[in-house]
Ligand binder design. Sequence first.
Ligand code: SAM
Length: 285
Amino acid sequence: MDLANPGALKALMAQYGLRPQHRLGQNFLIDGRVLDGIVSAAGLEPTDVVLEIGPGLGTLTQRLAAKAGRVVCVELDRGLVQVLHDTVQKAYDNVEVIHGDAGRIDLHKLLGERLAPGQKAKVVANLPYYITTPLVMRLLEEELPLSHVVVMVQKEVADRMVSPPGSKAYGALSVAVQYYTEPRIVLRVSRASFMPQPEVDSAVVSLRYRERPPVDAPPEAFFRVVRAAFGQRRKSLVNALTSLGVEKAAVHAALEAAGIDPGRRGESLSLEEFAAVARTLWQRT
Ligand SMILES: C[S@@+](CC[C@H](N)C(=O)[O-])C[C@H]1O[C@@H](n2cnc3c(N)ncnc32)[C@H](O)[C@@H]1O
């Protein structure tokens, strides 16, 4: 049974005595067109291993299971895990449901045990919005065997991921996402596509992992500079960078060497410019 309609979802919730839990970000997709758009953006092959975070009642899971080789789901709500056993685990022999917190579970172990040597997994999910940013940062920073992430996020977060330097939405998340992946908004999604309706609109983003970073700087030094620049948004770049424990004169010298006007604000720097600052500061400190 296709679960992508309000009647089916309501009946299922009632059958198991469940109600959508706002604190767990439970806004279930009821729009088949959007679900198909997510699956198509992931370009699934029969050999693919997919990690789905927050499968809910299994609406997206059904579609993933039909296309991928294997789908591993991590769901925090124990009540929903029970439903998932009946809606997807019994119906598809390639679906595994794990009861756990995607923010804490050991993803290296989980993926390592399920991937062939050299293989990379895809993450496909309608994410719970209350933990979107930390979860995406985990997926980027933990050097996991992943090739592609396709996730539904709040519209504003999607805009931040793809925004260019100097724009209002450009921030530490934009830099991290663009450093590790090639981000693209594939679908804008109205709040009417969910049940219950959230208070915000959403977007599906595709994050394809890069083979190597687009700029040349040691990642640790690069992200120290980025964090300092965005952690002190109102300050000039020079003052923001002194928070790294570097003398003002040394910061001036590093900016000059990198060809960057010291009066600029950190949020106007491109990835290449952050890398140039990191390279020069790193050489000097
Ligand atoms: C936006 S709903 C998406 C449900 C379903 N995939 C859909 O598209 O209809 C988010 C889901 O994530 C689950 N969730 C919330 N926090 C979680 C966490 N820390 N780890 C794993 N799942 C979580 C919620 O219980 C809910 O099922």
